[in-house]
Design a protein around this ligand. Structure first.
Ligand code: GAR
Length: 190
């Protein structure tokens, strides 16, 4: 069994889609959902999905190592960032070399870097009258949004798109591709 730990902080739509995609597969499972924003809806989704979820704060990630200890305890093989907005601590990068995957709601390297996440990305894309946006799924390294790209998908930004309507298009792309690209990546012999 290959075990995926999902790290998130928000609504948890991707966490849910990934969990449902692998449910009943027998070879891959989501072993836990870790979140770093108290009361995030991702915790409620985890409860409904029957996946163990646990909150860890800044100290647990960057000082005590409690978050990493938990991933080890759960036997995680891969770490999936689905709306996780902090830099991954060096010890976690070392523990999962080349085995941490992130999704970003834009066509990196455009609209990436510190502070560029979630709705901020869509607001910037619309404000700049871009004609297309998309998603980037990539391996994670010590910088924000810099690791090797595994996959990109594009969508049109229409002149009348708002940050909200663009976010809806992006969520559809995430739903269509993220679980599938995770599946391919973990079976690619990395
Ligand atoms: C997703 O759109 C994801 O691409 C984005 O956060 C959202 C999380 O939604 N990630 C980033 O911006 C990372 N820099 P979710 O909690 O509903 O899955």
């Amino acid at each position: 069994m290959t075990r995926l730990a999902i790290l998130g902080s928000g609504n948890g739509t991707n966490a849910q889609q990934i969990t449902e995609y692998f449910a009943g597969r027998g070879d891959v499972e989501v072993c836990c959902i870790v979140y770093n924003v108290k009361d995030a809806y991702i915790a409620e989704r985890a409860r409904k999905l029957g996946v163990e979820a646990r909150y860890f704060g800044r100290k647990d990630f960057y000082e005590t190592g409690a978050a990493l200890a938990y991933l080890r305890e759960k036997g995680a093989d891969w770490v999936i960032l689905a709306g996780f907005l902090w830099l991954v601590p060096p010890a976690m990068l070392e523990a999962f070399p080349g085995r941490i995957i992130n999704i970003h709601p834009a066509l990196l390297p455009a609209y990436g870097g510190k502070g560029m996440y979630g709705h901020h990305v869509h607001e910037a894309v619309v404000a700049n009258h871009e004609r297309e946006s998309g998603i980037t799924i990539h391996l994670v390294d010590q910088d924000y949004d810099r690791g090797t790209t595994l996959f990109q998908a594009r969508c049109e930004v229409a002149p009348d798109d708002t940050p909200d309507s663009l976010a809806a298009k992006i969520h559809l792309l995430e739903k269509e591709h993220f679980p599938r690209v995770i599946d391919q990546t973990i079976h690619s012999g990395r």
